[in-house]
Design a protein around this ligand. Structure first.
Ligand code: FAD
Length: 170
């Protein structure tokens, strides 16, 4: 009936959950773990445009807490931009800082289901910090791992620097 396939974190779970809903560790619906479409009912997400035609809202309205997709897009923008500004030849201290940052990021990421999978990826695929190119490639591979999980198209990692640092070649 569309109410039973939610993913629950530790803690008390409500009896009836909407399909696709992920619960937080407090047992309440986790906005940053769930898409806006799953968070609201389908009828609630259909709004009237100014032309009077109905359209389906694809994300939370401006000024509202992010859903799993908005949080993800913003986070990938930050992560790839960090690789783009990383030194070509980093010092041991810079490499250690990046390892610490990625370790903490993977623990603090607000979508706990995403965070758990990302931590698992990082155990199997140690972050490569020895150069900008290695770090940029590693991040691209990490992002592709999530793309595959979500059934999205993989990104061509030979193009990561054009996408995130130099801009596209003509
Ligand atoms: P995004 O995947 O957010 O990508 C943004 C842009 O990055 C794309 O438009 C493209 O230009 C570029 N890009 C795409 N792939 C690559 C790549 N491999 N390398 C470089 N650039 C690339 N969502 C879930 O539903 N479940 C999860 O378990 C989950 N885990 C996540 C874990 C992490 C660490 C992060 C940061 C996000 C996670 N997300 C998860 C969110 C998910 O990855 C997407 O951000 C979200 O679904 C929105 O996708 P999108 O299609 O708008 O583009």
């Amino acid at each position: 009936d569309g109410t039973t396939s939610a993913t629950a974190g530790p803690g008390p779970a409500p009896r009836k959950l909407r399909k696709g809903m992920v619960l937080g560790k407090d047992g309440k619906p986790c906005r940053s773990c769930t898409s806006f479409a799953d968070f609201t009912s389908q009828t609630k997400s259909i709004t009237k445009s100014t032309a009077g035609r109905p359209h389906v809202a694809t994300g939370p309205p401006a000024g509202c807490p992010p859903d799993v997709e908005e949080l993800g897009r913003s986070s990938w923008t930050l992560l790839h931009s960090i690789t783009a500004s990383y030194p070509v030849s980093p010092t041991p201290t810079e490499q250690s800082q990046v390892r610490q940052f990625m370790g903490l990021f993977s623990k603090l990421y607000p979508c706990w289901v995403c965070a758990e999978d990302f931590q698992e990826f990082m155990v199997k695929n140690k972050v490569r910090t020895e150069s900008r190119e290695e770090f940029g490639q590693w991040m691209c591979e990490a992002h592709n791992d999530v793309n595959r999980k979500l059934g999205k198209k993989e990104f061509d990692c030979s193009k990561w620097e054009e996408r995130w640092r130099t801009g596209w070649k003509d």
